[in-house]
Write a protein that binds this ligand. Structure first.
Ligand SMILES: [Zn+2]
Length: 506
């Protein structure tokens, strides 16, 4: 029933061998810089490493090499076949450390980075009154930038080289500028969605949207275009999102989809993400969210849906046929008791499925390794079948699966000549990853996110020995603490957070 090979074939696509000459982002700089066409900007040979290629034929080398030329992978193979590399190519012997493609996180909300721990078991009445909108009121550009710094440092340090992220501008039109400034500085590859919503339906508190957060399709479209002009680069893509079928009018959904088509970018949405949405959608439309999106003509290709928990059989066939990307977010879904997505059924149908952590407000960490593990464990429980899945499947979902879900499989997701040199180096000598005979299992089921030592994005080392050269961890932590304090005050939640646990703190 569960055919993983079919998934791999479905997610696989031929790579487009690209030459240098694209514009690459210069993290921390105001504007992108051009790398001269035909020039070899950087060259590096990583050898004597365990190499997981995550390619379509599942090649892995006990002792392998990866040759980076410029921003791309030049060659990959077993060390014994390397031969004599040309003189002048810098070589790093990795002595048994592990190299694999950078991880692809298909869903988060970077600006929420410092909201970690706020929503634990929050009673609904607190959430409605203070938790949702008053917190967003406090997320101005400066706070969003601090939240994004924190989330980005965790994601990058633990091996994520590409992330998707959705951001609600609402009362602060420049909020995304804060997020995108942090994204540029971090040097991560990112698809950042500007989330629009416009429903005036005030009948349900769960779906209610205050006036200050209701966009017009025209304003939302103009903002996406403005942000693209300012921040789009070879690494960063700003795209539109219509939050959901209940929080957006059909006009908004179609307008945002049209903007995505216009700029040839992804169109993102949250869909089938809770029992509440499932039931309300059936009441309002007479069918599920996915069928409604099909009716509106906005299902794939180049559509990415977050959560996709409550799909019936016909909807699963539909997303597979349309090539719609899905972000499966098992930890976040469990945090809100939103249900367990039908992952094996989606894979068997050939859907493009990646994994996402979701924002720190709904997870709470940005721990992609935990997400891989839980993606397997929840299905074992749901199916009452311990033999479901594997560490290999989890890793495939977090790399090539994510690339397929983001419709970027021609550029990222595996170590193959011509693809972008997005890769990570993992210390295999860590206590939690021993013994090395079962290293692939240990990566996922034992998991040690901080075993990641080095992270390369487009051939540039953005994490060196666990540290980011431009993001000082202490400063990022301090910035998040200050920003979170301001948000708590704005939302009137300081007392709630102090007393909610019932312990006698002194
Ligand atoms: Zn989300």
């Amino acid at each position: 029933m569960l055919d993983r090979r079919r998934f791999v074939a479905g997610a696989a696509a031929g790579f487009a061998a690209g030459a240098l000459g694209e514009v690459v982002a210069a993290p921390g700089a105001a504007a992108p810089v051009a790398v001269e066409r035909g020039a070899t900007a950087r060259e590096l040979l990583l050898t004597d490493a365990i190499v997981l290629t995550m390619d379509g034929t599942r090649r892995a080398f006990r002792s392998g090499y990866v040759w980076i030329r410029g921003e791309r992978i030049h060659r990959v193979g077993p060390t014994r076949e390397l031969g004599e590399p040309p003189r002048g190519v810098p070589r790093r012997r990795l002595d048994g450390r592990l190299v694999m493609p950078g991880l692809v996180n298909c869903h988060t909300h970077l600006s929420n980075g410092m909201l970690r721990g706020l929503y634990d078991e929050m009673p609904l009445e607190v959430w409605f009154a203070q938790g949702m909108w008053p917190v967003l009121d406090g997320l101005d550009a400066a706070a969003a930038e601090r939240g994004a710094d924190l989330a980005l440092l965790e994601l990058l340090s633990t091996g994520v080289t590409t992330t998707a992220s959705g951001e609600i501008a609402g009362r602060h039109p420049t909020m995304l500028d804060g997020v995108l400034t942090a994204v540029e500085r971090a040097g991560i590859r990112a698809v950042v969605s500007r989330i629009a919503m416009d429903s005036a339906d005030e009948s349900s508190p769960a779906q209610f949207i205050p006036r200050g957060y209701r966009d017009t399709p025209q304003f939302a479209a103009d903002e996406v275009r403005r942000l693209r002009r300012r921040y789009d680069s070879a690494r960063v893509s700003v795209v539109p999102e219509a939050l959901g079928v209940l929080r957006c009018t059909p006009e908004m959904v179609q307008a945002m989809h049209a903007v995505a088509r216009e700029v040839d970018g992804l169109f993102t949405m949250h869909a089938a993400s809770s029992q509440d949405e499932r039931d309300a959608s059936r009441r309002r439309f007479g069918h599920g969210s996915i069928v409604e999106l099909e009716r509106l003509g906005v299902l794939g290709p180049k559509t990415l849906l977050a959560h996709a928990i409550w799909l019936d059989d016909a909807e699963i066939r539909l997303v597979a046929q349309r090539g719609t990307g899905l972000s499966h977010n098992p930890v976040s879904n469990a945090y809100y008791a939103s249900g367990v997505a039908r992952l094996p059924e989606l894979l068997a149908a050939g859907a493009r499925v990646g994994l996402g952590v979701d924002g720190a407000s709904t997870n709470n960490g940005q721990n992609v390794w935990e997400t891989m593990k839980m993606a397997m464990l929840f299905q074992k429980q749901r199916l009452e079948k311990a033999s479901f899945g594997s560490a290999e499947l989890a890793l495939e979902l977090m790399t090539r699966g994510g690339a397929a879900a983001l419709h970027m499989e021609d550029r990222i997701g595996s170590l193959e000549p011509g693809k972008l040199a997005d890769l990570i180096v993992i210390d295999t000598e860590r206590v939690a990853l021993a013994p090395s005979q079962t290293i692939v299992s240990n990566l996922v089921y034992s998991n040690d996110p901080w075993a990641v030592q080095d992270v390369y994005v487009g051939g540039e080392r953005v994490i060196e020995g666990g540290r980011h050269p431009r993001l000082d961890a202490k400063a990022v932590v301090a910035g998040a603490r200050t920003a979170f304090g301001r948000v708590l005050r704005t939302a009137g939640l300081e007392e709630y957070v102090r007393t909610r646990g019932g312990w006698q703190w002194q």
